[in-house]
Design a binder for this molecule. Structure first.
Ligand SMILES: Nc1ncnc2c1ncn2[C@@H]1O[C@H](COP(=O)(O)OP(=O)(O)OP(=O)(O)O)[C@@H](O)[C@H]1O
Length: 614
């Protein structure tokens, strides 16, 4: 994130110049989108660059031809007219081709940039996705940069194109009066640094906006997402969120208005200066025409050359300014694309210099004095946790809210690095096997499992994409969670779309979604199953059915499940009782009851809830 830190601490001319360092990457990106289109568009811009001077000379010839042609029989005038029409046709043809290629190329570049941003996002780890700075950087990368690379590219071409025009008109003017060129250069150059500073300020404003944009997105989500709308309606929170949403955009508007005013004032001053010098130079040319020092056609030519020189010089300067500004934004894209990933499965730590062994099966899984704190936080949420799980065994983890149970599940599934202590698989460090290999052998149900707005096939098959097309395996997994007959009775069975976000699919109940998610864990040919509250949304009959199946499945595998309903923990070979990140009790149900500690107390409290008071 060093690039990001640098950028926030004020931007000087040096930073602007430094931001040109990404031009190589930018060119590679644009070239990668379509080399053919790139070459064609560059050629078109170059040709368009010489059009103004061609039409200027054609008009000059035409006027002079008409003036002198009357006496010379009109031959010169006709030739000049043909030349003039030819230039018009040429220009029109180039403009049509330019519009065609530019439209398509712009789309291709935007697609390439979006693709790259998403490719990078896929490589980020859970710790990155939970990191606000990374999210903001993602937002910045996504924000304007979709259209900026193309704009920057056309502005670069615009610079080349107008430089060609500029050189040709300047040559014409030098023949007339060389110092006129200096006047044009001076007036145009004056605005450069003022505008550069305004652009810098504008960039800082949009840099800081990333977090506000995310906040606004969140309020928009709460106001429009079906999950949130229930509460929003019932608690009448609509106007509360709407006000917050509107306030953010109103603030943006006020700041933008201030900037627009500033820009207007400076641009007016600059345009005034320009007009003044233009009028002076045109006056000079008209006077010479009156004094018969130049012909009428020449007068036209010089007036055109003066305005063209001035407008081309202005365009070159404003394009250079815009490019400097785009650079700052585009840097955000490359800063994001260069972010290091915290994803353990992708990191080199996987190899860590050790020869990786192939992992056929997991036989034992051990935590040895594992302590962990989430990245960017100060508090250990796991403290010296130790346990061993062997094939054929099942561990239940119980404990109060926030005691660290789900964190334990996330560490077992190798979603985070940076823990202290050791996690051993078959007696060896996880690095000996590599995270990717380990994850392949783990089936998991997270507490906040996904509800994919896709078909049942995808919702179950994502647990093992190898069997996505194998109906028997998918149905077998759904049978394991007692949802098989429900799936068979759906309108399109496994191909029935679920949810109502993308299509008008079948919406499931909370418990049905949970069973689908458990089926997703079960369809994986895994050795170790980690289930975080598999019974949270199940009715008592479904719970007992599902636990029956879990018991069957885990008979010759390794299992760990987290449960708040302690009756389900009874069948586990071992129960871990967690409190404040530490395992405070460990043993079978009977052992823990006999010990009469926290587990026994929780169990008794729960049993009491079920007693019918008479
Ligand atoms: N992604 C995260 N980043 C930072 N802190 C986190 C994160 N997830 C959880 N925590 C913190 O870690 C602690 C343990 O959370 P965890 O989710 O593991 O508890 P739990 O025992 O599963 O709770 P529950 O029974 O409510 O599901 C909590 O104090 C929580 O605030």
């Amino acid at each position: 994130m060093s690039g990001q830190a640098e950028t926030t601490q004020g931007i000087g001319l040096r930073d602007v110049l430094q931001s040109f360092r990404h031009w190589g990457n930018l060119f590679a990106l644009i070239w990668g989108a379509s080399p053919g289109y790139l070459i064609r568009i560059v050629m078109l811009y170059l040709l368009l660059g010489i059009v103004p001077i061609l039409s200027l000379v054609a008009t000059q010839q035409l006027i002079n031809g008409v003036v002198t042609g009357v006496s010379a029989g009109g031959k010169q005038a006709l030739g000049a007219f043909a030349w003039y029409v030819g230039v018009l046709v040429f220009k029109q043809g180039l403009s049509l081709a330019q519009a065609y290629y530019e439209g398509l190329f712009q789309q291709l570049i935007a697609n390439t940039v979006q693709g790259k941003v998403m490719e990078k996002a896929v490589t980020l780890g859970l710790a990155d996705i939970e990191n606000t700075q990374v999210q903001e950087q993602l937002k910045r990368a996504q924000q304007d940069v979709m259209f900026r690379p193309y704009q920057m590219f056309t502005q670069m071409l615009g610079v080349i194109n107008h430089l060609v025009t500029l050189v040709s008109t300047v040559l014409l003017l030098i023949v007339w009066k060389w110092w006129v060129v200096l006047v044009v250069a001076a007036t145009t150059g004056i605005s450069f640094f003022t505008m550069l500073s305004i652009n810098r300020e504008q960039f800082l404003i949009s840099y800081e906006r990333a977090s506000k944009h995310r906040e606004a997105w969140y309020y928009g989500f709460v106001l429009t997402h079906d999950k949130a709308v229930k509460e929003v309606r019932l608690f009448q929170l609509g106007s509360f969120f709407l006000d917050k949403f509107k306030a953010i955009y109103q603030d943006f508007y006020l700041v933008d208005r201030r900037m627009a005013k500033k820009r207007l004032i400076w641009s007016s001053a600059y345009q005034g200066l320009n007009l003044l010098s233009l009028a002076g130079m045109i006056y000079l040319a008209v006077r010479e025409a009156f004094q018969k020092l130049i012909q009428v056609g020449d007068l036209y030519g010089y007036v055109q050359a003066i305005t063209l020189t001035q407008s081309s010089a202005q365009t070159v300067f404003s394009n250079v300014l815009a490019i400097c500004q785009h650079n700052l934004y585009i840097e955000q894209l490359f800063v994001f694309l260069a972010l290091p990933s915290s994803e353990p499965a992708l990191r080199l730590a996987d190899a860590s210099g050790q020869e990786q062994q192939s992992l056929e099966t997991i036989e034992t899984f051990e935590f040895r004095n594992v302590s962990f704190r989430y990245p960017g936080t100060e508090r250990d949420v796991l403290r010296n946790v130790s346990f061993t799980l062997r094939r054929g065994e099942c561990i239940a983890v119980v404990g109060r809210n926030g005691s660290g149970k789900s964190t334990l599940a996330k560490l077992m599934t190798q979603l985070y690095e940076g823990y202290e202590g050791e996690i051993l698989v078959n007696g060896s460090q996880t690095s000996a096997w590599g995270v990717a290999q380990l994850q392949k052998r783990i089936g998991v149900l997270f507490q906040d499992f996904m509800q994919y707005e896709m078909s049942v096939r995808h919702n179950i098959g994502f647990g093992n994409t190898l069997v996505l097309a194998q109906d028997d395996k998918l149905l077998e997994a759904s049978d394991r969670t007692g949802i098989g007959s429900f799936v068979r009775n759906l309108p399109k069975q496994l191909n029935t779309e679920l949810g109502r976000w993308l299509v008008n699919g079948e919406q499931l109940s909370g418990g049905q979604w949970q069973r689908i998610a458990i089926a997703r864990a079960f369809v994986r040919e895994a050795d170790l199953y980690v289930l975080d509250e598999p019974n949270a949304a199940l009715d008592p009959i479904a719970e007992s059915e599902v636990f029956e199946k879990i018991r069957d499945l885990l008979r010759d595998r390794l299992g760990l499940f987290i449960a708040h309903r302690l009756t389900s923990a009874r069948f586990a070979n071992q129960i871990l009782v967690m409190e404040d990140g530490a395992v405070i009790e460990q043993g079978t149900h009977d052992e823990l009851m006999a010990r009469n500690g926290q587990y026994a107390e929780m169990y008794r409290v729960q049993m009491k809830l079920y007693e019918v008071k008479t």
